[in-house]
Design a protein around this ligand. Structure first.
Ligand code: NIG
Ligand code: FE
Length: 392
């Protein structure tokens, strides 16, 4: 019998998410799952150590800790005024072109200390965790010089340690052109020569905003190639407002994902399905900016790897809830509850290269467990604004 320090017994249902178990138990030791299955089987296999935590799971269900693989959770300042202007009809892209949007947040982040940024980020990550997110990717992209970009990623890791959220850092150097840049080409050089090396200790991936008004495919290419040569994974913001070559470039360079996809048409869907590059859908952002929803159903039917994330950021998605994303996936993206849960757990874990660590409730995986206050685990998708019973 294996000694364990956590047992959750009599769970009405457990979505691992590949299998759904009823009347089940989960046992863990030192933060790792040791056993999960029908309760008699689990209780026969393990022995709770002295002082072990024993949770009565009656009436509850369990899902894996949610994995939010696309956030911009580190920022300072306020974009509420911009939000109100959008409410009065001014488009997001027009506000950005006039120096607002991302550039407004860059000015605020450059003016904040690392301590101030950390305090703001701890509060946001704590809310994410209370809503069931136990792993989050956090991007830089509001610093746009080597020191501020590296500081953003340091802040993400420090805040993650305080809030109890596992962090994966991404260097989003090509997010917007900073005011001091002489040209896009000059800034791409700065990103390759200065920002990338400064961020590398805190990042496992890089990202680019490939969009009209941001960076073109040809501007992104050398930065992505330099990152790939350093062994970093590649992500792209693509097809948010226009299709301008993000998917073909991502496929060519073997990127981990293309994210957004609000404008993606048939060719893009086919390319993603054939290549295995993950299709990260951000329905909160589409809702918030009143854009078309990404074609998640068509992507799934074509065989693409559909992934869900919040895009949590101050401009286009000030929302930290993966539970809201699960709900939108079922109501607006036409995914089933099972598809949505997989797209919020094991699929994003793979995008982050953490597929052996998180995203599943199986032996050997991190014991990141979200308990839902309903015997049917699908309540996590069904209930608008549901708060988990408990995050273990
Ligand atoms: O994913 N599209 C680019 N970046 C963010 C928005 C950032 C902002 O508006 O501050 C996004 O939507
Ligand atoms: Fe984003």
């Amino acid at each position: 019998m294996q000694p364990v320090d956590l047992v959750i017994d009599r769970l009405a249902s457990v979505a691992t998410p590949e299998r759904v178990l009823v009347d089940a138990a989960i046992a863990a030791s030192a933060g790792r799952i040791v056993a999960v299955g029908p309760r008699e089987e689990v209780l026969r296999a393990v022995a709770p150590a002295h002082g072990a935590v024993e949770i009565d799971g009656r009436g509850l269900s369990a899902i894996p800790g949610l994995v939010d693989c696309h956030t911009h959770a580190v920022w300072a300042g306020s974009r509420i005024d911009e939000f109100d202007r959008r409410a009065q009809g001014q488009p997001y892209e027009q506000i950005a072109a006039a120096g607002g949007g991302i550039r407004a947040t860059v000015a605020a982040v450059r003016g904040a200390t690392e301590e101030e940024l950390t305090a703001l980020t701890v509060r946001r990550l704590a809310r994410m965790r209370a809503l069931g997110t136990t792993t989050a990717e956090v991007k830089s992209g509001y610093g746009l010089d080597a020191a501020s970009e590296a500081a953003m990623l340091r802040v993400a890791h420090a805040a993650g340690r305080s809030a109890g959220v596992r962090i994966s850092g991404t260097c989003l150097a090509l997010h917007a052109l900073p005011p001091e840049a002489a040209s896009a080409a000059a800034f791409v050089r700065t990103a390759i020569d200065e920002i990338l090396p400064a961020c590398e200790p805190y990042a496992t991936a890089v990202d680019c905003f490939l969009e009209r008004g941001a960076f073109s495919a040809e501007e992104c290419r050398p930065f992505l190639e330099a990152a790939r040569a350093r062994g970093l994974a590649l992500r792209l913001h693509g097809d948010q407002f226009s299709e301008c070559g993000a998917i073909p470039l991502a496929v060519e360079l073997g990127a981990a994902s293309v994210d957004h996809l609000e404008q993606t048409g048939r060719d893009g869907i086919r390319l993603l399905a054939e290549s295995g590059v993950a299709a990260v859908c951000l329905p909160l952002c589409a809702l918030y900016l009143d854009l078309p929803m990404p074609p998640a159903r068509a992507l799934a039917d074509a065989g693409a790897r559909v992934v869900l994330a919040t895009d949590f950021n101050p401009g286009s998605a000030p929302a930290e809830s993966m539970l809201s994303v699960l709900n939108l996936a079922c109501t607006r993206l036409r995914l089933s509850c099972a598809e949505a849960l997989a797209a919020a757990t094991l699929a994003p874990a793979r995008v982050l290269g953490l597929e052996r660590e998180v995203g599943r409730l199986e032996p050997g995986y991190a014991a990141d467990i979200v308990l839902i206050a309903d015997p049917d685990w699908r309540a996590a998708c069904y209930h608008l604004g549901e708060v988990p019973a408990r995050v273990v």
